[in-house]
Write a protein that binds this ligand. Structure first.
Ligand code: LLP
Length: 433
């Protein structure tokens, strides 16, 4: 094990040479100098390895399965192209995600449109795109089937249980806006059957960032019970039963790494038994992770501009809530490394803060880090999922560039925004000119 692994754990695309951090074979320093900061950087080899790990486990324990990628986790076209080349399907949350998936060549029958609270326009867009549609309400089902017949009709249910490490992320249970009750799902499938739909799917998404390998099988058990009732009452068979995303990654050094093989093995066992018990025919087991595929494959580079000694020590950097919102929105933790100073030799407790005029704009509060100086380069780990995708233009800031590293190559895969994006779209009524 190389000595740097205590900092990087399973993130094997990262390494250090005399404290300097490398992404595959490219130094963080050279990336920051060439492309500027803040900067999202993704490792192609890590994205592929993550996808292959899931595919291998599925092939071992449940070959009758399909793996999709939840585009919302990272919608960069190059990331999508990588995962398409790994033969994944695409789970799209909205019309533009369908468009992105089509653009990089995902076949129509490998796209699932699973938005929530669909508008009529969105449902019509999905029908026109000719993709499978996964609705999350009886209302959307009814409206959809008035407008037309999708090649496959799927429904998201709320099986009542939820899991995951991040407290503010709730996807099922009484407080969740997602999915339908069993009774309403039965009604929706009845309408779909009457409308002449021939292919069906059943879907749940109950938790995100789950590290407990037992969770997925217990949620699956619930979903299969629902499938059994629907099968019996409506008399349909499912092409797939979609367990959603939720495979977790450890953001903190103290968190364990998800035992993916065990999670999939246990889930496959429960799935196989349930399919038999409830006479469900031969549905495929479907998974649509986002975070697990891209989360740990991305880092965020940010440059220190200011050290302020106040009641606390504030380390001011050029990334903030406009770049990476997760710490502010969920109190999420991202490990921070200081380039060239990996060992905590003269550790100091500091708060790492951004340039936005909000006091919640703190990437890390009271964090023990090596002694930081102005101009140091900081590296935030695990920023590949829900990083750029949740970035904004708040305080009229540009969203950062994105870079894909492949061995020695580093290519820009999204330009940093400029005034064209930020100012160019605005219009002033003549009377105000
Ligand atoms: N499928 C559906 C329908 C989803 O809504 C999601 C995520 C996924 C799959 C992928 O879930 P994953 O495998 O990534 O857990 N912004 C939050 C995460 C929100 C997840 C929303 N839905 C974060 O930064 O942690």
């Amino acid at each position: 094990m190389p000595p740097s692994n205590k900092f990087f754990r399973n993130r094997d695309f990262l390494s250090a040479q005399t404290g300097k951090i490398f992404v595959e074979q490219v130094s963080a320093k050279s990336l920051a100098e060439k492309f500027g900061t803040p900067l999202y950087v993704y490792s192609e080899s890590r994205i592929r390895a993550n996808a292959r790990r899931v595919k291998t486990a599925l092939a071992k324990f449940m070959p009758h399965s399909q793996l999709y990628y939840a585009v919302k986790a990272n919608n960069n076209l190059s990331v999508l192209a990588i995962l398409r080349s790994e033969n994944l399907g695409a789970d799209a949350a909205g019309p533009f995600e369908i468009e992105l998936a089509r653009k990089v060549g995902f076949a129509k029958d490998k796209i699932l449109y699973s938005g929530v609270f669909h508008s009529d326009e969105e449902l019509k867009f999905g029908l026109k795109a000719g993709v499978a549609i996964n609705v999350d309400s009886l209302s959307a089902a009814t409206r959809l089937l008035q407008f037309g017949k999708p090649p496959l009709f799927s429904m998201r249910v709320n099986p009542g249980i939820s899991g995951g490490k991040i407290k503010k992320l709730v996807f099922a249970g009484k407080d969740a806006k997602f999915g339908e009750s069993l009774a309403n799902a039965v009604k929706a499938f009845q309408i779909a059957k009457k409308a002449g739909v021939k292919k069906f799917g059943l879907h749940m998404m109950t938790g995100s960032c789950v590290l407990d390998e037992n969770y997925f099988s217990s949620a699956t058990q619930k979903l299969l019970e629902f499938a059994g009732v629907i099968r019996q009452k409506v008399g349909i068979e499912f092409e797939f039963i979609d367990l959603g995303g939720g495979l977790g990654i450890p953001y903190r050094a103290s968190e364990k790494i998800l035992d993916l093989e065990q999670a999939i093995k246990k889930t496959a066992e429960v799935f196989t038994e349930g399919v038999k018990k409830f006479e469900l025919g031969n549905p495929k087991l479907m998974l649509e992770p986002g975070r697990y595929l891209v989360g740990d494959a991305g880092i965020l580079l940010t440059r220190v501009n200011t050290i302020k000694q106040a009641a606390k020590t504030f380390v001011g950097v050029d990334a903030g809530m406009q770049t990476l919102l997760r710490p502010m929105l969920y109190d999420a933790w991202h490990e921070i490394l200081v380039d060239g100073k990996l060992e905590k030799k003269n550790p100091q407790t500091v708060s790492v803060v951004g340039p936005i005029c909000e006091n919640t704009d703190q990437l890390a509060r009271d964090r023990l880090l090596p002694k930081i100086a102005e101009k140091d380069l900081l590296i935030l780990l695990d920023a590949g999922a829900y990083g750029f995708g949740m970035a904004s233009n708040y305080n009229t800031r540009a969203r950062p560039a994105e870079i894909l590293v492949n061995g020695k190559n580093a290519e820009i895969i999204r330009e940093r925004e400029g005034s064209a994006e930020i100012i160019g779209k605005q219009k002033i009524p003549t009377r105000l000119k």
